[in-house]
Design a protein around this ligand. Structure first.
Ligand code: GUN
Ligand code: FE
Length: 430
């Protein structure tokens, strides 16, 4: 019989976005790191497998964070009265410059990885800084958490402070080759490189051209930022007057989906043509509601993106977002969608909790393959959540307990266990 076990409890997941499927007191089979099905009782042919009985706990897929900046964790929750370009200049860039110092990077990334290990996140797509050594240190730290992640050494060769500006396109691309080679040599099991041009204002055409070669040589996925803020979009229009729209600036260098598996963060101000191109190329949108609120970018029209068939997941975007909590991202996405409906477009129905839960699990999980659901064949990434501390005068249905757990932020005190590919994660100290 295959290597496996059952996790028993109240199982919640979203094979379809519109409804949370609930199995009370049920048995979730893990076989060789993958889900083998959900059963009301242990089927006879599996009678020999251990059953990990988690009583009345909630069991749900792990959270997928499609967009987070590890170096910015150090100043999370500060600078929240700026807009994007000013915030980059006053907060993000000065902090990121510190990662030239390997000692600082080690201290900061140990803290970051510790927080990620404690969180409900099981998969993450992460920005580092321009520094090769520091970003490899970040990969070392993430590898210890059990979380499966993509980590990028950032590329930027213009429009940043001199200490963060790489000395030309060739040097930036060369350093990226070195980064990918070193990451490969280190033989990580769960931490992978991703190409990370910061955004067009910081990347010359020459650099994007070089990076398209690097991408092809290693078949790397890509992450960047897109149409986040009106001043940024205007800046890109001036910097790249030939581009049909912002995303076209990436696409002309093969950095916008298609053969390049790509995540674009934000997409608050995307035009119809940009949305169509994202759909045609299968670009993932990382919707980052907290960041878009904090640094006053706006509200991404996620209802439209879902309706038009785009691939959408959620991102914490620390430190535009103030917290790495993906439970918070799920509830923020619902809340901002309500404001969008009320204040901007009455035809854009707000997201339901189920839809937002889906975005944080199966929606973003698709970037990693069969991830984010308990359907048979999906990778076994699971959370065990104890909501017994949430008291009330009457019992609630499991579906409502799940929603309450998100709104109450129980990923801090209620998270008991985290499994990734069927392996329990070390690092949870509760
Ligand atoms: N655009 C370019 N860099 C950044 C960043 O670090 N954070 C956010 N939110 N947007 C960006
Ligand atoms: Fe970002």
């Amino acid at each position: 019989m295959a290597n496996g076990f059952f996790l028993k409890g109240n199982i919640c997941h979203t094979p379809e976005k519109d409804e949370i499927e609930i199995h009370e007191n049920a048995y979730l089979l893990c076989e060789d790191g993958r889900c083998g099905g959900i059963f009301p009782a242990v089927p006879e042919q599996y009678a020999g497998l251990p059953v990990l009985d988690r009583g009345d706990c909630l069991i749900l897929p792990g959270m997928v964070d499609l967009h987070i900046h590890a170096p910015q964790f150090a100043f999370r929750g500060t600078g929240m009265d700026c807009e994007l370009l000013e915030w980059l200049r006053l907060y993000a860039f000065p902090e990121e410059a510190r990662y030239a110092d390997p000692g600082y990077a080690k201290r900061a990334y140990t803290l970051f990885a510790g927080a990620m290990a404690e969180s409900a996140t099981t998969r993450a797509v992460i920005f580092g800084t321009v520094h090769r050594e520091a970003t490899l240190c970040l990969m070392d730290c993430m590898e210890q958490t059990g979380i499966i992640s993509y980590v990028g050494k950032v590329n930027m060769d213009r429009d940043a402070p001199p200490e963060l500006t790489e000395p030309g396109a060739d040097a930036s691309a060369f350093d990226t080759f070195g980064f990918v080679n070193a990451a490969t040599r280190r033989g990580y099991k769960r931490t992978f490189p991703i190409l990370t041009p910061r955004f067009i204002p910081c990347c010359s055409d020459a650099l994007l051209g070089e990076l398209s070669e690097v991408r092809r040589a290693y078949d790397l996925p890509v992450q960047s930022h897109l149409s986040e803020n009106p001043d940024e979009v205007e800046l890109v229009r001036r910097l790249m007057p030939d581009a049909a729209f912002y995303g076209d600036g990436y696409d002309r260098y093969g950095l916008f989906g298609g053969a390049a598996r790509t995540i674009m963060a934000h997409c608050v101000w995307s035009t119809e043509a940009e949305v169509k191109r994202m759909r045609d190329r299968g670009v993932f949108v990382a919707h980052c509601p907290a960041s878009n609120t904090n640094i006053a970018s706006g509200i991404a029209p996620v209802r439209k993106y879902i309706a038009e068939g785009l691939r959408v997941g959620l991102g914490s975007d620390v430190a535009g977002g103030q917290t790495e909590s993906m439970f918070r991202a799920v509830t923020d996405a619902v809340q901002v969608s309500k404001l969008y409906w009320r204040l901007v477009d009455r035809t854009a129905a707000p997201l339901s909790f189920s839809e937002s839960f889906y975005l944080a699990t199966k929606g973003g999980g698709a970037f990693f393959g069969k991830v984010g659901s308990f359907e048979a064949g999906y990778e076994f990434d699971a959370l065990v959540l104890d909501d017994s501390g949430c008291t009330g005068p009457r019992p609630l249905p499991v579906r409502d307990r799940l929603e309450r757990a998100f709104y109450q932020g129980l990923d801090r005190e209620g998270l008991r266990e985290k499994y990734i590919q069927g392996v329990p994660c070390r690092g949870l100290t509760r």
